[in-house]
Design a protein around this ligand. Sequence first.
Ligand SMILES: Cc1cc2nc3c(=O)[nH]c(=O)nc-3n(C[C@H](O)[C@H](O)[C@H](O)COP(=O)(O)O)c2cc1C
Length: 210
Amino acid sequence: MTTTTRIHKHQNLNERKVHPDPLKQFQRWFASAINAKLPLAEAMILATATPDGKPSSRAVLLKHVDHNGFVFYTNYRSRKGKELARNPRAALTFSWIPLERQIRIEGIVTKVSPEDSDRYFQSRPRDSQISAIISAQSEEIPHRNVLERMAKKLSERYKNKPIPRPLQWGGYCLKPTRVEFWQGRKARLHDRILYTLLRNGKWKIQRLAP
Ligand SMILES: Cc1cc2nc3c(=O)[nH]c(=O)nc-3n(C[C@H](O)[C@H](O)[C@H](O)COP(=O)(O)O)c2cc1C
């Protein structure tokens, strides 16, 4: 038996014991996922949709979470960026299979401040900074060589110089209005605890049938 399977064995979710704030509950679960050494526990599936309801989804990495929401970084002109510009409603799913846990989050996405994007961009490895500049994410390119040639050229241009963040690259923060924690249990009698944000800013907590 692996460490992670041992960890989930006696887990359960109790509506009276979960944290009243879903972001704090998320942080508890995220800490257990990190503790369990799950590979890429910070990977989450981001679902967006066009204004007429055509959905699309892809993985992105959680880079920061606090009371404002869940932050990830990407290209603002990518497919997801274009969809979010027209329809800021989005959903995130964390799927931690070895722990038999899933978290579903829905909310509204806004761009983080340019200062936060600059700070995060500057913390990245130089190769990743160069890739962010040269990749017109989600656009067709004729060949991989095009990227490699541009990467080489830019590495030479910026040799020993700071690399500025391209304006089309930055962060988004999803502020949740609905968060559901799912814990696998015996005989498929799983626990599902749903938090819904009320107009008065408080969170309602409900148990859902599995
Ligand atoms: C594990 C994993 C993590 C990823 N993290 C990011 C990320 O943080 N930001 C990003 O723009 N793309 C990330 N990607 C690539 C996206 O899934 C996707 O291919 C890309 O963002 C283009 O998506 P779009 O065309 O829907 O905009 C990641 C892919 C994987 C498999």
